[in-house]
Design a protein around this ligand. Structure first.
Ligand SMILES: Nc1ncnc2c1ncn2[C@@H]1O[C@H](COP(=O)(O)OP(=O)(O)O)[C@@H](O)[C@H]1O
Ligand SMILES: [Mg+2]
Length: 762
């Protein structure tokens, strides 16, 4: 039971609080006074939405009373012995409308959040929004509406009202899946070729058999090959051993041949030549004698050579001395001549005396000349003092003009003469200086020449005699040396000759020795050759055995390879066939699976249909039964005694009974239909949502005549409370106001002024 509802800024309501009681609650008011808004608010409080909002013909922002930013609803109800309070608050923000919700149970918070609160309400009441919308608060469930629809649509809508449309959806879904699966199966079946499947199976078996055979063949061939290879290996090893022997024997034979040939050649060389060791010894002694002779002579020669070289050194010195003495004599002679020429018949003494004289004369003349010049200068000075004056510059005595002139003339002449004398003296002085220099030069040269003219000279003739003696001695030496050299040459020639013969002898001796060696080695090789065991016959036999075995191996190998190739190609074939087989089997499996699924789905589809039909029958029966209980209570006349919904595969028919069943739309008046609508509404509410015990009727007087309104008022007042716990009736019909209800309110509103809903409880 809903005990109260409170609206804040909800549509035309600024703040409205209504209390409700058990039985029928009535709200009367003019059109647009805000009655339906209360029902929407109740629905919103319970489920967070209401039909128009769900349909989106109204947005949540339209809920707010114009100009308001916050709105809300609070609803209180009791159920199962407990009291509940639901509060939902709405707020406009930049992000849109935000909604908060909270539910209390007996004053304690149960949970919060829009969805969570709605869920809890649904659980507690056993009625969710969907059922509430169909059974309790249906906007479109008057009979008139249903009667006007065509059969199929009416059936759908009625099914919807009873909640049977969900089966329809499930069925349709099942059918869609079935159709899709059938389509797929068809395609798969077209792709699947059963004949080909059988054929491939046969081929596969056949090829697998062949493969087994080839594998056996390959195994046999391989074993044979292995055996032959082992045999060939053994034979080849034996052959290799023999080949080694053969090669050794050949090498020994070759070496023997070479040694024999060498001995033969040596024998040929030594044929007719007799050589003994004693003869060679004699020759060697001879050679030693000859060599010693040559050596002795060589020593003699070297003594002479030493002497010779000292002699020739001595001769060189003597020659030099002779040459120097000759040159010195020549120079002495020349110096004597030169001295004579320099002195020019005078002696050195004389020249030295004239040198002294000249030096003394020059001193004397020099001082004389100096005094002449001093005198002349004195005179000139006096003359300078005399110029233009008539007194003596020396004593200052008056002279007179004439005397002065005369004195001037006289003195000038003296000065001139003195000057001339000084110049003369100077000339003579220069001549004397020249002469003095010359005398000094002659004296210097004479001193040099005199030294040379007086030097001592060696005896050239003595030196020449000495040189002559030395030359003779050297000649005698050269003669002796030539003789010795000739002797030495002879001795050396003899030694060479002996050496040659000795060499020849030694060569022969060497050959003899070689011959002995070669003979010995040949004997040894002969022994070795004889000792090597080798049989050409045996070798040839084994060689041909190996060749044969090799050919056999190749043949076996060829066979193995062939079998292998066959196996490979068979395997490829088997793989290809296997692949195709796999694909065909997968296809077959797909078809099989789809068939299975289809079978299941068809069963399910039929089950859904059957369940739906059964449920429909049950519901219709229950509704019919409820309607027949309600009808006599609501309907004031006795003409139609019974009514029913006749459900068939195609339609729901509303029928009334007046001794005969008749189609409602063919017989009933508007009022009768309205009465029937109410009956249907109550029946639906009690059958579909008995737990809630609510009935909400919005404008139920529509189409009713005065009497029917009266009957409705009577029913709402006295009879409906017997059928449902609580009813909410909204109407503009003032005539309903005269009855006694649990609660009655009158809504009014100054619509033109945009006023809020005003509530008055009656
Ligand atoms: N958000 C709103 N704010 C104010 N008034 C509104 C708002 N929404 C609708 N109305 C006014 O409310 C009235 C409709 O309310 P409603 O409950 O349907 O009236 P009634 O059911 O009584 O005829 C209209 O007159 C409309 O102008
Ligand atoms: Mg209304």
């Amino acid at each position: 039971m809903i005990t109260s509802v409170e609206l804040k800024n909800w549509r035309s309501h600024a703040h409205t609080r209504l209390q409700f009681g058990k039985g029928t609650n009535l709200i009367v008011g003019i059109m647009g006074s805000g009655k339906s808004a209360v029902l929407d608010a109740i629905c919103y409080a319970l489920y967070g939405t209401f039909p128009a909002l769900r349909r989106k013909s109204v947005g949540s922002e339209d809920i707010f009373r114009h100009g308001e930013k916050e709105a809300g609803v609070a609803l209180e109800f009791s159920h199962g012995g407990k009291g509940y309070r639901v509060v939902r608050a709405l707020r406009k923000s930049a992000r849109g409308v935000e909604a908060a919700a909270k539910i209390y149970e007996d004053g304690k918070v149960l949970d919060s959040g829009q969805a969570r609160v709605s869920e809890i309400v649904g659980e507690k009441l056993g009625v969710d929004f969907d059922l509430f919308n169909r059974a309790v608060y249906s906007e479109q469930n008057n009979i008139g509406y249903f009667l006007e629809l065509e059969a199929g649509r009416r059936k759908r809508e009625m099914d919807g009202l009873m909640g049977l449309d969900r089966f329809e959806d499930a069925r349709a879904n099942a059918v869609r899946v079935i159709n899709r699966l059938e389509g797929e199966r068809k395609v798969l079946e077209q792709r699947y070729d059963a004949a080909r499947h059988g054929e491939i199976g046969k081929k596969l078996k056949e090829k697998k058999g062949l493969l087994g055979e080839e594998e056996k063949k390959a195994g046999d061939a391989e074993r044979e090959l292995q055996a032959k290879r082992k045999e060939a290996d053994v034979a080849e090893k034996g052959l290799a051993e023999m080949r080694k022997m053969k090669e050794r024997k050949e090498r020994a034979g070759e070496a023997l041949g070479k040694e024999r040939a060498r001995a033969e050649a040596l024998e040929a060389d030594l044929k007719g030549k007799e050589v003994g060791g004693e003869k060679a010894a004699v020759k060697r002694a001879e050679l030693r004698g000859a060599e010693a002779e040559a050596e002795r002579i060589g020593k003699e020669i070297s003594v002479l050579e030493k002497e010779e070289s000292s002699l020739s050194r001595n001769m060189g010195a003597l020659e030099n001395r002779a040459k120097n003495a000759e040159r010195a004599a020549r120079e002495k002679e020349e110096a004597k001549k030169k001295l004579e020429m320099i002195l020019g018949g005078k002696s050195v003494k004389e020249l030295e005396e004239s040198e002294k004289r000249l030096e003394l004369g020059m001193v004397e003349l020099g001082s004389q000349a100096k005094s002449f010049i001093a005198e002349a200068e004195e005179m000139e000075k006096y003359l300078g003092g005399l110029d233009g004056k008539e007194s003596c510059p020396v004593c200052g005595a008056e002279l007179g003009k004439d005397k002065a002139v005369h004195l001037h003339k006289e003195r000038a002449e003296i000065a001139k003469r003195k000057k001339g004398d000084a110049a003369e003296l100077r000339k003579r002085l220069a001549e004397m200086e020249k002469e003095l220099l010359h005398t000094k030069k002659v004296l210097r040269e004479a001193a040099g020449a005199e030294g040379k003219a007086r030097m001592e000279i060696e005896d050239v003739k003595g030196i020449a005699g000495e040189l002559e003696r030395a030359k003779r001695k050297a000649e005698a030496h050269a003669k002796g040396m030539a003789e010795l050299r000739g002797k030495k040459k002879i001795a050396e020639g003899k030694a060479r000759e002996i050496l040659f013969t000795l060499r020849e002898m030694e060569g022969l001796l060497e050959k003899k020795k070689s011959l002995e060696g070669a003979r010995g080695r040949a004997r040894e090789l002969e022994r070795e050759w004889g000792g090597i065991r080798f049989s050409a016959e045996e070798y040839d036999g084994l060689y041909s055995d190996v060749s044969k075995l090799r050919v056999e191996c190749e043949r076996a190998d060829g066979k193995t390879r062939e079998a292998r190739r066959a196996i490979e190609s068979l395997k490829e074939m088997v793989a290809g066939l296997g692949k195709e087989m796999g694909a065909l089997e997968a296809l077959k499996e797909d078809v099989r699976k789809r068939n299975g699924m289809l079978e299941q789905l068809v069963i399910m589809r039929n089950a859904i249909g059957e369940t739906q039909a059964e449920l429909r029958m049950e519901l219709v029966e229950a509704i019919n039964s409820a309607m027949n209980d309600i009808w006599p209570i609501l309907y004031p006349y006795a003409d139609y005694r019974q009514l029913r919904i006749a459900a068939s595969e195609e339609d729901y028919a509303f029928e009334v009974y007046d001794g005969e069943w008749r189609r409602l739309e063919k017989v009933a008046s508007g009022g009768e239909r309205a009465c029937l609508s109410l009956t249907l509404r109550i029946a639906m509410a009690t059958v579909l949502a008995p737990e809630a015990g609510w009935l909400i009727l919005d404008e139920p007087t529509h189409n009713l005549d005065k009497e029917a309104v009266q009957a409705l008022a009577e029913a709402l007042e006295n009879k409906v409370p017997q059928l449902v716990e609580q009813a909410f009736v909204i109407t503009h019909e003032e005539n309903l106001m005269n009855s006694e209800f649990a609660r009655s309110y009158r809504f009014s509103r100054e619509k033109e002024a945009g006023g809020a809903t005003a509530v008055e409880e009656l």
